[in-house]
Design a protein around this ligand. Structure first.
Ligand code: CTP
Ligand code: MG
Length: 177
């Protein structure tokens, strides 16, 4: 059981960090450039080029560092090693999932920053896993066993919420979710 939890957290770390990094890097030009669709913003001011690029790069850095740690500890039999495609797609998928969620939030008439419980906590998980299964299906099958996925689905919302409440209290984020 402990091994499943450690694997789940280890493998998701490069998908967790981009969200928080995006909050730090965010600002500047929104991706949708202010464009509207049926009277609503396409994505909104909360999705910026800087936040998306900074978040993705931060996640890539995390994956690279985790790989270095595994190789240093010679722990490749116990901990997942990220293939190069996954190093990029895990963080990028996380950012993409978050963008897609904002697209749907705007379509449902939710303004930027309004919470949608469930979607806000799991959008980046779905995006990250989808892209990884596309670029590295065999690796995905080895690492993301059903118990690992179950742990991810339970632990991620708790972690995400705690991180965002912390970021809110420090004053980095405008809303605590
Ligand atoms: N951010 C960004 N670019 C992204 C994701 C996030 O710049 N691709 C920054 C923005 O400053 C954003 C903050 O991180 O306001 C918090 O992210 P999030 O909660 O995902 O955005 P919201 O502002 O809540 O907007 P939305 O309602 O669209 O989720
Ligand atoms: Mg939000």
């Amino acid at each position: 059981m402990l091994e499943v939890i450690v694997t789940a957290l280890w493998v998701m770390l490069p998908a967790y960090v981009p969200n928080n990094a995006a909050v730090l890097f965010g600002g500047g030009r929104p991706i949708d450039g202010g464009r509207m669709y049926k009277g609503k913003r396409l994505l909104g001011d909360g999705k910026t080029w800087r936040g998306t690029a900074g978040g993705t790069l931060a996640g890539i850095l995390v994956a690279v560092v985790l790989n270095v740690i595994v190789s240093f500890l010679r722990a490749g039999d116990f901990l997942p090693v990220f293939p190069r495609s996954v190093v990029v797609m895990l963080p990028f998928g996380a950012m993409l999932g978050d963008l897609l969620a904002s697209f749907f939030k705007r379509r449902f008439g939710r303004e930027r920053g309004v919470a949608v419980p469930g979607l806000d906590q799991l959008d980046f998980v779905v995006g990250a896993l989808l892209l990884v299964v596309l670029v590295a299906p065999n690796w995905f099958g080895d690492v993301f066993t059903l118990p690992v996925i179950a742990v991810i689905l339970v632990v991620t919302p708790i972690l995400h919420l705690s991180m965002n409440i912390a970021a809110y209290q420090i004053g980095w984020k405008n809303e605590p979710y």
